[in-house]
Design a protein around this ligand. Structure first.
Ligand code: TRP
Ligand code: SF4
Length: 400
């Protein structure tokens, strides 16, 4: 069985900020050491809401890719690609659309929410309604098992799971499904085949969840099975068809606790961000201008770090000793706010140093980014077309 695959996408929003780094990107960087990962720019997704202003998508995509690379997403470890360069996503989206009940799409919570939130845009489009389905196609086409997403995207992964189940049930049962499953079972060896059959009956007749688990484990252990056999048997065990599109799991990305310059969460819409590769002078200026505890009007007024947005940044960037120093200096009016801010400035600059260095390589030579992406696109297309072969065949299209 191939190792569990991780897949995640990001809409092209332009330059990323430190909130993205502390939320999403650091998580990706950890995952790339643990799993085969695919990370992509969801440029078609941008069109579902911003179809009237598409000119910047190209440059914005490039900027974002440089940010990923700068942050430490490593193309040697993870596959980076651009959604629109893998047109197989569109084919799967189309085929899935044939069997997706309209009511399922209308029920997705982001559908009405976003229409209300982006009230200035006309989102009564076919593409916008189908956006969760496009996301399902993105996930299912790579047979990804883990999908790191923020909380708002969890319903889309749930939707994808339901859709995969429906697909497998509908198209995973060729006329000779049972016969093929029994032939595959023989390849497990007589003893294991008997055990597997026993577990299958226990699950299907008594709903014994432990039997299901044990059956799945048995499949994973059986080295003599091809992927095809294993998917068929997994379906046979569960009483569904052959599993052509495995159900993915959401991996919840904790919301970034990165505070912005005003103490609220760092977010483009609040205008309180520091960008990933912001230049040093600008970082210094922004921190120096940050508001502090309003009761510290004069340097001789004692303050309370809990009431100060700078303290929130010390919690991210400073160690225990430094925090003690801040507390003491602030509460006793022993130090000024400019002095207190310096370790935060130093912390941010130290974090950004390696990022700026890595980014410079790509800014000097943009062809490097294009090469990385072309490699990634090609690799993604290979995986996507493997899946599409199976999907077409299961649906009776293009079968030899
Ligand atoms: N919809 C996601 C967002 O807006 C981006 C996305 C598109 C995605 N396709 C995906 C995330 C597939 C994970 C997997 O943030
Ligand atoms: Fe904030 Fe530091 Fe000034 Fe206290 S000393 S108010 S923690 S900036």
């Amino acid at each position: 069985m191939c190792a569990e695959r991780v897949l995640s996408g990001m809409r092209p929003t332009g330059k990323l900020h430190l909130g993205h780094y502390h939320g999403v990107l650091k998580n990706w960087i950890t995952l790339q050491d643990e799993y085969p990962c695919l990370f992509f720019v969801a440029d078609w997704h941008a069109l579902t809401t911003h179809y009237e202003e598409t000119r910047d998508i190209g440059p914005v995509t490039m900027d974002m890719l440089v940010d990923w690379l700068a942050a430490g997403v490593d193309p040697e470890k993870a596959t980076l690609f651009v959604q629109s360069r893998v047109p197989e996503h569109a084919e799967l989206h189309l085929l899935l659309s044939m069997m997706t009940p309209l009511s399922w799409l209308e029920r997705v919570p982001t559908y009405r929410d976003q229409q209300e939130k982006l009230a200035g845009r006309d989102l009564t489009t076919y593409g916008f309604l189908g956006y969760p389905l496009l996301m399902s196609a993105d996930i299912l086409i790579y047979r990804a098992s883990k999908v790191p997403v923020g909380e708002d995207q969890i319903p889309h992964v749930e939707f994808t799971r339901e859709l995969a189940r429906r697909f497998n049930h509908m198209y995973g049962r060729g006329p000779d499904f049972e016969e093929r499953a029994k032939t595959a079972m023989k390849k497990m060896g007589e003893k294991n085949a008997r055990l597997f059959e026993h577990l299958r009956v226990r699950f299907q007749q008594d709903g014994d969840a432990a039997a299901l688990e044990q059956g799945r484990a048995l499949l994973l252990e059986s080295r003599s099975l091809s992927r095809d056999d294993r998917e068929r048997l997994a379906g046979y065990l569960e009483g569904a068809g052959k599993i052509i599109l495995p159900e993915p799991f959401a991996l919840l990305t904790e919301a970034s606790k990165m505070p912005g310059l005003d103490g609220q969460k760092m977010s483009k819409s609040y205008g309180n961000t520091i960008s990933l590769r912001e230049d040093e002078a600008s970082v210094t200026r922004k921190i120096r201008r940050m508001p502090t505890d309003p009761s510290r009007v004069r340097i001789s007024d004692p303050g309370d770090p809990e009431k100060c947005p700078v303290w929130q940044l010390h919690l991210v960037y400073s160690d225990g000793a430094c925090r003690e120093w801040v507390k003491r200096g602030c509460e006793s009016a022993g130090m000024g706010c400019i002095e207190c801010k310096q370790p935060v400035i130093d912390g941010i600059l130290a974090e950004q140093g390696p990022m700026r260095e890595r980014a410079q390589i790509y800014i000097d030579k943009p062809s490097l980014v294009r090469e990385i992406i072309e490699d990634g696109n090609a690799k993604a297309r290979r995986l996507a077309s493997e899946c599409m072969e199976d999907v077409r065949c299961a649906m009776g299209l293009n079968c030899a």
